[in-house]
Design a protein around this ligand. Structure first.
Ligand code: PEP
Ligand code: MN
Length: 339
C-alpha cells in the first residue's frame, strides 16, 4: 500500500503512524523528502481511517510499489529541454567507450547532423577482464563533455561505483547504471537521493520483478526520473551474446509507468542483428533506443562486434522514420509533441 500523507504532516505524526503499523505487524518506509509512506504488505486500509493526516491510499498488489502503474500513470521529465517519458521516444547513440578526441568529436558531429540529441560513451568501463581497455576515466568524461557542448548534445554515461558519483554527476545529464550494478542496492538507494535522471539497465539475469524492485530502490529515495533499459539476458546458448527480450517492453508498459528503452547492441552483441532488433523494439512500443556506433567499428577498443558504422546507423534511422506510423510515439525532441 502507498499511503499519501497530507502536506506538512509532522514528524511526530509520522512516528505515530509507523509505530501503529509496526504494532499491526507491518514494516513501513518513508520516501525520502516526500509525504509518502510505503507499507508493501498492507492490503486493507480500514485500520488507517483514524489518522486524520492521511490524505489517500493506493493498494498495490505487487511487491514493487513506486514503479507500479498503480502509483502513477506516466513518467515525464525534461533533460536539457528534451522531453523524456512514457509518451516519448528518445534515441541515444555513441561508442561503447570514449577512446580519443577524434573519435568522440566525429561521433558527436555525426549525431548532431542526424538530429540525435543524446550521446552515450563510457569513461569507466565494466570489463570482464581486468586486462581489457577499461576506459579513459576522467579524461574520457572531459572529452565527452567538450564534444557534447560543441554539438549541443546531452550525455549518458555509466556510473560504476559510488566513489565516482560526484565526478560522473558533474558531466552526465543521465547517469547509466549498467547491468552489473542493477542489484547494487546500496548504490541504488544513494542514487535515489540525487537530482539526476537515471537509466537503469536490466541485470543480465534479472527477472522483471527484480528489475522493478531495483527501480523502487531508486524511487523510494525520492528520485522518480528513471528510464529502464532492456539489454538482453544471459542464456545457455553461446550463439548470441544475450537473449534480447523484446516482449518485456509491452509487458513492462502494462505494469509500470516508467519509460523503457531498448539496447539491441548489448542485447545481441552482433552489428548484423542490431538494426532489426532496434526496429522490432520500436514497433513493440519502446520509448527509445540505445545504440553503439563507432566511426571505425572494427577498431573499437570495446564491443567492436556490435558497433554500427555511421552508414548502418543512418540507414537504421531512415528505416525507423518509415516505421513511424507503426510506432505512434514522437521520436526525440526534434519531433516531439505531447500525445
Ligand atoms: C554499456 O552500455 O556499454 C554496458 C557496459 O552495458 P551493460 O551494462 O548493459 O552491459
Ligand atoms: Mn558496450
Amino acid at each position: 500500500m502507498i499511503v499519501f500523507l497530507k502536506p506538512h504532516t509532522s514528524t511526530s505524526q509520522i512516528a505515530e503512524l509507523q509505530m501503529a503499523l509496526k504494532q499491526m505487524g507491518f514494516e513501513s518506509h518513508m520516501v525520502h523528502q516526500k509525504e509518502i509512506c510505503l507499507v508493501p504488505n498492507l492490503k486493507d486500509s480500514s485500520s488507517l481511517s483514524r489518522f486524520s493526516f492521511i490524505d489517500s491510499v493506493k493498494i498495490i498488489d505487487t511487491n514493487f510499489q513506486l514503479s507500479s502503474i498503480e502509483y502513477k500513470k506516466e513518467t515525464l521529465f525534461q533533460v536539457n529541454g528534451i522531453q523524456v517519458g512514457t509518451h516519448f521516444s528518445n534515441i541515444i547513440a555513441g561508442p561503447c567507450s570514449v577512446e580519443s578526441e577524434e573519435q568522440i568529436f566525429q561521433t558527436a558531429a555525426f549525431l548532431a547532423k542526424n538530429n540525435i540529441r543524446f550521446i552515450r560513451g563510457g569513461a569507466y568501463k565494466p570489463r570482464t577482464s581486468p586486462y581489457s581497455f577499461r576506459g579513459l576515466g576522467k579524461e574520457g568524461l572531459k572529452l565527452l563533455s567538450e564534444a557534447a557542448k560543441q554539438y549541443n548534445l546531452s550525455i549518458v554515461t555509466e556510473l560504476m561505483d559510488l566513489s565516482l558519483l560526484d565526478e560522473v554527476q558533474q558531466y552526465a545529464d543521465i547517469i547509466q547504471i549498467g547491468s552489473r550494478n542493477m542489484a547494487n542496492f546500496y548504490m541504488l538507494g544513494e542514487l535515489g537521493k540525487i537530482n539526476k535522471p537515471i537509466l537503469l539497465k536490466r541485470g543480465m539475469q534479472a527477472k522483471v520483478n527484480e528489475w522493478l524492485l531495483a527501480a523502487d530502490y531508486i524511487m523510494s529515495g525520492g528520485n522518480e526520473n528513471l528510464i529502464l533499459c532492456e539489454r538482453g539476458i544471459r542464456s545457455f546458448d553461446p550463439m548470441s551474446r544475450n537473449v534480447m527480450d523484446v516482449a518485456v517492453i509491452p509487458l513492462i508498459q502494462s505494469i509500470s509507468h516508467l519509460p523503457i528503452i531498448a539496447d539491441p547492441s548489448h542485447g545481441t552483441g552482433d552489428s548484423s542483428l542490431v538494426p532489426v532488433m532496434a526496429k522490432a523494439s520500436m514497433v513493440a512500443g519502446a520509448n527509445g533506443l540505445m545504440i553503439e556506433i563507432h566511426p571505425n567499428p572494427s577498431k573499437a577498443l570495446s564491443d567492436a562486434k556490435q558497433a554500427l558504422s555511421f552508414e548502418a546507423f543512418e540507414s537504421l534511422l531512415s528505416d525507423i522514420e518509415s516505421l513511424k506510423p507503426a510506432i505512434q510515439k514522437p521520436i526525440d525532441a526534434t519531433y516531439s509533441v505531447a500525445i
